[in-house]
Ligand binder design. Structure first.
Ligand code: FAD
Length: 346
C-alpha cells in the first residue's frame, strides 16, 4: 500500500531534504522510561545508521533531566529536553504543542513513538498538526535508502495481509510501534550524547485541561508483555473448565502466565486483558505454549517475538505448525497433563 500525497501536502512539506534525523519520543511516567521507548531507540539506531543521520530522544516532563543518560546508553546521540511543571503529567494539549514546536524547529526525518495509550494519542495529534502521514501499530521498520523512505509494516485488512506503508511526499515520516515488537538494545554504560534543553512558557491558567487526580487501576494487573513463560489456550480447550484446568494448571506448574486467543476470550472463558494478538497484546516470552490454537495471522502477529513456541494441536495442518519451534500433533487433554503432573511433583 502506498500513501500518495497530493499537491497540497508536497507544498506544505517544502524541500524534503531539509528534514534530517530519527527521533524517538521517550515516554516516561513518574520518572520511569517506558520499556517500549528503549526498544524504539534500538530500532531507531538501526534506521539512523542506514541513513547516516543522528538518533535523538525527545524527553518531555518535569524533573526528568536525569533520564537523559539512559537514553544515550540506549543509542541516542542527542536528547531534546523540555522540562516544565505543566508537563509533569501527560496531556495531549501540552505534549502535542511542545513536540510540534520542536519538530518545526529541528525538522526530523522520522518520528517513532510507542503504540501505548499515550503514544497513540500523541502521535495522532502531532501528525495532524504537522499535516503528515502516520503508520500506526507497526510490526516492522526499515529504510528504502534510495528514496530515503521509512518502510513501515503493519497488519492490514483484518490482519489478512502485511502492508508496507510509505509516506512519499510528507515529512516527518511517523510510525507507532507496539511494545515488545522490537528487541531491547544492549546498554552502553557511560555512553554520552548532546543535550538540547528548550524552555517553554506553559501557564496552567491558559490550558484547557487540568489534572485533578491520578487514580491507580484497581484489580489484577496482567502484565503479559513482561512474562517469560506464557501458556496460551484457544478454542481447542473446549470450554471454560477445560481452559482453566489445562492452561492455569500448566502455567502454575511452570511459574508462567496465562494467555488466550480471541476465540477463548469471545467464548467468555477469560477476560480480554489476557488476549494475545493483533487486537490483544504483543508478547515476547522465552517460551510460548499455544494449546488448541490454530495459528490465525491475527494471533501470530502477537507472538513472533517469542524465543520458543511450543504448539499442541490435533490438526497436523494447523497453521501454527508452520510458525512454531516444536509442534506436537495430539490432544491437549492427553498431552498437557503428561507435562503438568511431573512438574507438580518437583
Ligand atoms: P480456532 O481457529 O477455532 O482453532 C482451534 C484449534 O484447536 C484448531 O486448530 C483445532 O484443531 C484445535 N483443537 C481442537 N481440539 C483440540 C484438542 N483437544 N487438542 C488440541 N488441539 C485441539 N485472534 C487472536 O487470537 N488474537 C487477536 O488479537 C485477534 N484479533 C483479530 C482481529 C481481527 C480484525 C480479526 C478479523 C480477527 C482477530 N482474531 C484474533 C481472530 C482470529 O482470526 C482467529 O479467529 C482466532 O485466533 C482463532 O482462535 P483459536 O485458534 O483459539 O480458534
Amino acid at each position: 500500500l502506498t500513501t500518495l500525497a497530493g499537491a497540497e501536502a508536497a507544498v506544505l512539506s517544502g524541500d524534503l531534504g531539509r528534514y534530517q534525523g530519527v527521533w524517538v519520543f521517550i515516554e516516561q511516567r513518574e520518572g520511569q522510561i517506558m520499556p517500549v521507548s528503549l526498544e524504539l531507540l534500538g530500532a531507531g539506531r538501526q534506521l539512523a545508521q542506514k541513513l547516516g543521520v543522528e538518533l535523538a530522544g525527545v524527553l518531555l516532563g518535569h524533573q526528568v533531566c536525569g533520564l537523559a543518560n539512559k537514553v544515550y546508553e540506549c543509542g541516542a546521540d542527542k536528547v531534546y529536553l523540555v522540562d516544565n511543571p505543566a508537563l509533569r503529567y501527560y496531556r495531549t494539549e501540552t505534549y502535542m504543542q511542545v513536540f510540534v514546536d520542536l519538530a518545526k524547529e529541528y525538522l526530523p526525518e522520522i518520528i517513532l513513538m510507542g503504540a501505548t495509550t499515550t503514544g497513540r494519542d500523541l502521535a495522532g495529534a502531532v501528525a495532524t498538526e504537522l499535516r503528515t502521514g502516520l503508520t500506526a501499530d507497526c510490526t516492522g521498520l526499515d529504510i528504502d535508502l534510495q528514496q530515503r523512505l521509512l518502510l513501515a509494516t503493519r497488519p492490514a485488512f483484518g490482519g489478512n495481509i502485511m502492508a508496507t506503508i510509505v509516506s512519499k511526499a510528507h515529512r516527518p515520516q511517523m510510525a507507532t510501534v507496539r511494545p515488545k515488537v522490537m528487541r531491547m538494545p544492549a546498554l552502553a554504560p557511560g555512553r554520552q550524547g548532546a543535550l538540547v534543553q528548550k524552555e517553554v512558557s506553559l501557564k496552567e491558567e491558559d490550558l484547557l485541561t487540568r489534572v485533578l487526580e491520578i487514580v491507580q487501576e484497581q484489580g489484577e494487573q496482567v502484565n503479559l508483555q513482561e512474562a517469560e513463560i506464557i501458556v496460551a489456550g484457544g478454542r481447542g480447550l473446549g470450554d471454560r473448565d477445560g481452559f482453566q484446568k489445562i492452561c492455569f494448571g500448566l502455567a502454575e506448574a511452570l511459574g508462567g502466565r496465562v494467555g488466550a486467543s480471541r476465540a477463548a476470550v469471545e467464548a467468555g472463558w477469560i477476560d480480554h486483558k489476557y488476549q494475545v494478538g493483533q487486537t490483544g497484546v504483543t508478547v515476547a516470552p522465552k517460551i510460548y505454549f499455544a494449546l488448541g490454537i490454530s495459528g490465525a495471522i491475527q494471533h501470530l502477529v502477537g507472538i513472533r517475538g517469542a524465543d520458543v513456541i511450543i504448539a499442541i494441536n490435533t490438526d497436523p495442518n494447523a497453521p501454527i505448525f508452520k510458525e512454531c519451534t516444536y509442534g506436537l500433533v495430539g490432544d491437549v487433554f492427553k498431552l498437557v497433563p503428561l507435562l503438568t503432573e511431573p512438574l507438580k511433583e518437583l
